[in-house]
Design a protein around this ligand. Structure first.
Ligand code: ATP
Ligand code: MG
Length: 590
């Protein structure tokens, strides 16, 4: 199945694209360079997909490039596993769509070589690549330090001996630290010794010297560096001081030649500091510009990595890629395609106002694509045996079944029909309610592509459970037969018992049962108890050759994809999405 089809869309226009276009027109920038800067402290979620698609789509539209940069300046929280998963997810999401727009890390440069020459020349060479290679902010530790020294020399930063609580308190009160007026020489000496690891964890900081009475709290002499002893996933124990986000991020952007630094709204108040740091450093090249947009929030889920990590650690899901999670890797595993996710986030557009988007919209995007591309197959999730007593015991007919009615070139396959079959147990009722058009004792139903059958006898076990339906078929009712046009109200799918392949089928539903699970701060109390049901299904013969690139519509049931746990001897399918929006029906009913 093709994963690159895009719904035709008008060229998007929004406040970010207007700024970018203006900056090109005015000559402020001659090319466009964006970046996606995840902190490797968890797996990427659908909100990140929005940031990724925005960065890459702007690069695509303006002939520019988008870097992937690990914002890995905090040694405590970051892990190599996360770096790998992030790279895999970005690659999957933009593959075939924007893979020639990825900033390439220059080969062969060690962090030691990086030094401050990065401050002169952008590190990116902008070559087209067929693989994703992330940049690491930690590669710029040398350059950050060089910048800190420059600020100290310019009288724009000082070493402070106050502890974090005192610092917070003084900032709140707008009071100068007693260490604010240290001499440049003393500051340089202390900073060098902080770097050399002479002082204990958390005992000193480097602070910007801006304005302790600034109305914007972020401008009240913010901390630029703190002392931390510990292993860093990328730089080991080389450093004893680590830069704060507000110091490292803007310099990283500058180093990589980023022109437009797109981020979510919570960074709006940091923007004066972003600009202050860059302007204070007297850089020769044009400075990047930070632009904020509203983050993506979706109903029926939680999105922050911290909360997702709790779900994983508490064993409430099977892992970061549990198909019920809102992570990109979970959605991939569940069977969502990259193109459907891209279409969804791009279609939402960018705004300056926070809002809650409906998960249903993503499901629409997925259904729309699957309806056009998914292969139709027969599978029975909760089987009940049907024996057609007037059908010869050793006869097998190979019936023609259409792969996709939406696709004239989709072709057909052979579906074996025999005396013993399975149908869905929900397609039979002993005492059905009104308007039930499927099988009942003495009633008739059409088996799709095959015959009309009549239920003659219901066989039960000692406990009274229905175990078998003995039926007769109207043997003239098949396509081309004398009674082929005879109408009965119900048509059901079926699988030939002797030809069926077994499969474990995982029926996923929403992880939470309320639209805003964290509204009361207790999201774990709102888990949907029915978010996963596992059944042992009987599938038509051709599904033995199912492959993970295809999506399948099990007719009358839902869309499915193979799970990575699957193997040819033990098939495992995930329900990616139901055929209709069952939650909308529920909402109307209640
Ligand atoms: P979370 O709060 O979910 O843990 P984060 O913002 O801490 O996420 P980062 O790794 O720092 O995660 O984010 C990388 C980039 O993705 C940032 O530019 C951030 O603004 C953007 N981003 C994160 N969450 C969303 C979201 N829900 N919608 C759009 N962009 C997002
Ligand atoms: Mg963050």
């Amino acid at each position: 199945m093709s994963t690159t089809t895009e719904a035709p869309a008008a060229a998007p226009s929004d406040f970010i694209r207007e700024i970018v276009a203006e900056d090109l027109q005015s000559g402020k920038h001659t090319s466009v360079h964006t970046r996606f800067p995840p902190e490797p402290n968890g797996y990427l979620h659908i909100g990140h997909a929005k940031a990724i698609c925005l960065g890459f789509s702007i690069a695509r539209e303006f002939g520019g490039i988008c870097n992937i940069r690990m914002d890995d300046t905090n040694p405590a929280k970051e892990e190599a596993e996360y770096v790998e998963s992030i790279v895999a997810d970005v690659k999957w999401l933009v593959n075939g769509w924007a893979d020639d727009k990825i900033g390439l890390k220059p080969a062969g440069k060690t962090p030691e070589q990086h030094g401050n020459d990065f401050l002169q020349e952008p590190v990116t060479n902008g070559a087209a690549v067929d693989r994703v290679e992330p940049f690491f902010a930690s590669d710029y530790f040398g350059a950050f330090y060089e910048c800190a020294v420059r600020l100290v020399r310019a009288g724009k930063a000082y070493v402070d001996d106050m502890n974090p609580e005192q610092t917070d308190e003084f900032r709140r009160l707008g009071k100068d630290s007693p260490f604010r007026d240290r001499s440049v020489e003393e500051n340089l000496d202390l900073l060098a010794r902080m770097k050399a690891g002479e002082f204990p964890h958390g005992s000193r900081t480097l602070r910007a010297k801006i304005d302790m009475q600034a109305p914007n709290m972020w401008m009240r002499d913010p901390v630029l560096y703190r002392i931390k002893h510990g292993e860093h996933h990328h730089t080991g124990s080389a450093w004893s001081i680590y830069p704060m986000y507000d110091f490292a991020h803007c310099i990283s952007d500058y180093i990589e030649g980023i022109t437009h630094s797109l981020c979510t709204l919570e960074f709006e108040v940091h923007r004066p500091l972003y600009d202050w740091v860059l302007e204070s450093l007297d850089f020769p090249r044009t400075l990047p510009r930070q632009i904020e947009f509203a983050r993506l929030n979706i109903d029926y889920t939680v999105m922050s990595k911290r909360k997702l990590l709790q779900l994983v650690n508490d064993g409430l899901v099977s892992g970061w890629d549990d198909p019920r999670m809102p992570t990109i890797s979970a959605m991939r595993r569940r069977g969502f395609t990259a193109s459907a996710i891209r279409n969804f986030v791009l279609q939402l557009g960018v705004t300056k106002y926070p809002s809650l988007s409906e998960f249903t919209l993503l499901e629409h995007a997925v259904r729309d694509e699957f309806n056009r591309h998914a292969q139709r197959r027969f599978a029975v999730l909760r089987p009940i045996k049907v024996v057609i007593t007037n059908y010869p015991e050793d006869q097998v007919e190979e019936l023609n079944a259409i792969n996709n009615p939406e696709d004239p070139d989709g072709g057909s396959r052979k579906l074996p029909f025999s005396r013993e079959l399975y149908i869905e147990s929900a397609d039979f009722m002993e005492t059905p309610p009104p308007k039930y058009f499927r099988l009942r004792p003495g009633g008739e139903v059409r088996l799709k592509y095959a015959y009309i059958i009549k239920c003659e006898e219901v066989v039960k076990d000692d406990a009274g459970n229905v175990v078998e339906l003995r039926c007769t078929a109207d043997l003239d009712s098949k396509t081309g037969g004398a009674t082929s046009n005879r109408k009965v109200k119900g048509t059901v799918h079926w699988v030939s018992a002797g030809h069926a392949v077994n499969a474990e089928v995982r029926l996923y539903d929403r992880l939470f049962s309320v639209p805003e699970p964290d509204a009361d701060g207790d999201f774990k109390a709102h888990l949907n108890p029915a978010s996963l049901e596992i059944v042992q299904a009987k599938c038509e013969r051709s599904l033995a050759d199912a492959n993970s690139n295809e999506r399948y519509q099990f007719e009358r049931l839902a869309y499915f994809a193979l799970d990575p746990d699957s193997n040819p001897d033990a098939l495992v399918f995930n329900r990616t999405i139901t055929l209709k929006d069952t939650w909308a029906k529920e909402a109307k009913r209640s």
